[in-house]
Design a protein around this ligand. Structure first.
Ligand code: AMP
Ligand code: ZN
Length: 466
């Protein structure tokens, strides 16, 4: 059905539903303390593309994406008591409650995705509403000997209890020397590679929950393990995220999830490469952050961003520029104009070859650049009737998600009611060489004020002057 690059297997593999019926996908979601930048959005597009391909192959897909509104510390790799929660820190900066801040950016996240035609996930569980699941998971890990309560009554995962740690990123525990970033200053830890599952917190911190280990809050990695197991079960076909999540987030998640149930849960880990903008990494600290609202403010269609993303394969780094976005915007407008023109031509069958080539490109490890190339060729193909181009673009938009038909019927004068059907019937009659019916339909159209003429590429219509 679909081939994707599996980071852990280090090769392109066949991806499909383990149970033969339903593809289960978990996509790491946003920490809702700021607007998503266009790099984040590129990564979120990945789940949408997988869903569109699966559904075109008539495979039901369930996508779950978490909303992190607690537990994501400013520096997750430093396991010490001073780690500051991203949501709480930003709430303080904006003078809002943590909940108001999180709900605000969560709504913005959904708006951005909708503007990019990213179909909604089936569930968006919030971390703050899933604490009991996480407490259960931590308890299970303690029971099974994969975790311990540290000197400060925080709970840690015992990294050495999961011998295959590091298979996703290649960061084996032996290589993670003390003194490396992952080493915490926390003396409560037994081993420098261990990480916090549940962090003990004083009551004066906002967002603190009771637990068997005292009041505290969950570690970020615990959230995704608990939610994915709860919402998708013990076998998950695909786990998605940006490339930076390979380590430590996905290594820690994999260790927790697999240790909790006693077997490998996630079949394939798939990562999207990062987006650069004008040659630079996107980072708030350097002021190089572009939002979807910045794209719209330049008068560009948000779907031009989607088209620009599709112009590169998900696992290659993409250096986006304003010039590239403007070019994508022009291409999109041109295709929509063509579609409005082609829509007026007699209807014709889809171009089977173009359709197959596009579908093959999508299923071949999301080769979206190749898929776009097929559209470019089809647009110009002299031998393909315009009606066929229309049908093909319209059908394939199920995969591209670029609203190709948006301008159809907008340009030029509108046909009077009933005339569209008569034109279609006449095209069918002419294809069947039924000249009698064709002439009768021409008269009926004339009675509605529509003048039809026949050309080498099919019938053309104009509104007769009244
Ligand atoms: P964050 O909000 O930093 O947790 O990131 C949310 C998602 O966006 C994660 O899956 C990241 O891997 C991904 N991401 C972060 N920066 C970029 C970038 N520049 N390009 C593409 N994806 C990114
Ligand atoms: Zn995650």
């Amino acid at each position: 059905m679909l081939r994707l690059y599996d980071t852990r297997a280090r090769r392109v593999v066949q991806v499909g539903p383990a149970d033969g019926r339903q593809l289960k996908v978990y996509a790491c979601g946003p920490t809702v303390y700021r607007y998503a930048h266009v790099g984040n959005l590129r990564t979120y597009l990945l789940g949408d593309l997988v869903r569109r391909i699966a559904e075109a192959a008539r495979v039901r897909t369930t996508v779950v994406q978490n909303i992190t509104d607690v537990g994501h510390l400013a520096d997750d790799t430093a396991v010490d008591a001073t780690g500051e929660d991203k949501v709480l820190a930003q709430a303080r900066a904006e003078g809002k409650t943590a909940q108001d801040l999180a709900r605000f950016y969560e709504a913005a996240f959904h708006r951005d995705l909708a503007a990019l035609n990213v179909r909604p996930a089936d569930a968006y569980p919030r971390a703050s509403e899933s604490i009991p699941l996480m407490v259960d998971l931590v308890a299970r890990l303690l029971e099974r000997g994969h975790a311990y309560v540290g000197g400060d009554r925080s709970v840690f995962f015992a990294a050495r209890s999961f011998p295959s740690y590091g298979e996703i990123s290649g960061n084996r525990l032996d290589d993670l020397q003390p003194g490396h970033r992952v080493e915490g200053t926390d003396p409560a830890k037994r081993f420098h590679g261990d990480w916090t599952l549940w962090r003990r917190a004083g009551a004066n911190r906002a967002m603190v929950w009771p637990s068997p280990w005292g009041p505290g809050f969950p570690g970020w990695h615990v959230e995704c393990s608990a939610m994915s197991l709860h919402h998708l079960g013990h076998s998950i076909d695909l786990h998605l995220g940006g490339t930076d999540l390979r380590f430590p987030h996905h290594e820690n998640e994999r260790a927790q999830t697999s240790s909790a149930v006693g077997h490998e849960v996630v079949r394939h880990w798939v990562h999207g490469e990062h987006l650069l903008f004008e040659g630079r990494k996107m980072a708030k600290s350097t002021g190089n952050v572009v939002l979807l609202s910045d794209v719209a403010a330049r008068g560009l269609d948000p779907l031009a961003l989607r088209l620009a993303f599709l112009a590169a394969r998900y696992r290659t780094q993409l250096d986006l520029t304003w010039a590239a976005l403007e070019a994508a915007d022009r291409t999109l407008r041109r295709w929509r104009t063509r579609m409005a023109e082609w829509a007026e031509a007699p209807s014709a069958r889809m171009d089977a070859r173009a359709r197959r080539e596009v579908e093959d490109a999508f299923t071949d490890d999301l080769d979206t650049p190749a898929a776009l190339e097929v559209l470019r060729r089809l647009e110009k193909a002299p031998g393909v009737p315009p009606g066929s181009k229309f049908e093909t673009f319209a059908h394939l938009d199920r995969l591209f998600g670029l609203d190709f038909v948006r301008d159809v019927g907008r340009a030029g004068p509108a046909l009077p009611p009933g005339a569209g059907e008569l034109l279609a019937a006449r095209a069918t009659a002419r294809a069947a060489k039924d000249w009698g019916a064709s002439d009768r339909l021409r008269d009926e159209l004339a009675a509605l004020g529509v003048a039809v003429s026949d050309t080498s590429t099919g019938q053309r219509w104009t509104l007769a002057r009244t």
